[in-house]
Design a protein around this ligand. Sequence first.
Ligand SMILES: [Zn+2]
Length: 339
Amino acid sequence: MTATERERYSRQILFPAVGAKGQERIGQAAVCIVGCGALGSFQAEALARAGIGRLRLIDRDYVDYTNLQRQWLYDESDAQTESPKAIAAARRLQQVNSHVQIEALVKDMTPSNAEELATNFDIILDGTDNFETRYLINDLSVKSKMPWVYGAAVGSYGVVMPIVPEKGPCLACVYPEPPGGAQPTCDVDGVLSSVTASVAALQVAMALRLIVGWGDFAAFIHTMDVWEGTAKRVAAGPRDADCRVCGAREFQYLDGRKRTPVSLCGRNAVQLHENARPLDLQVLAAHLRPLGTVRVNEFALRLSVPKYDVTFFPDGRAIVKGTTDVGVARSVYARLVGG
Ligand SMILES: [Zn+2]
């Protein structure tokens, strides 16, 4: 470490659990952030300020005005020009700390590219908004023995869980299957920037603790409600010996077997052949009405919003009109009913 670095990071070095040795490790560490929305953009800025060695940012999305309420790195000019989030984030991060090596990838993480995009990192941070990608990250983490920190937020509620393969339970030990039916999402149910910032800040603290060395690691689940001002921490318990991921080492998400099949349908539409996610169309209609025009009968629900027309069926299947991009269709679906 140079004298300049020692000065720049002095307040962090003074924190006994980090110290000069910990700061050296932080400076040599590589972190992969999957998703650069509210969680990922905060994580990236906090890690850049902390002097992380290398950051990889993966996000396929573009900045829009609805992001600015909670996505720290972006400003009005990014929304005006619809900059890719990964690129806009990297640009800002270089101003924050020009010594950090930043790799911005405008990509969707999928089973076919996950290993190529996110292997050989010290830690993966969850900045995603859907369970399909989280289980994919979990598969990758267990397979390559790479820790990751799960984080999620909606409304005023948030949850964080650090996952260290072989030292504690994986995501599938605790939640064997993703939640079924329509789940609350930020696009439908709203979210406060104070909860996304709190979740991301805790994820970053866990990442730094893992980087500097966390000898007596014991997994836990931390939940919080920033509106109520409450927080709770429960032990995540031991690994489940019968876990399909860390027990049987079956990587169904990484193998692509759990991925909802899609097909192009019509000239400008994508069909998601989800059939294991029964949806109550009347309940969903009440949720989606604030977003656009909703028409519903017992067979289908149709939502019209400015860019897309989405038709949902009771078995969970959906047709997204207005795009031929499979990634966009998946993302629209995940934002409306959870992913
Ligand atoms: Zn497991």
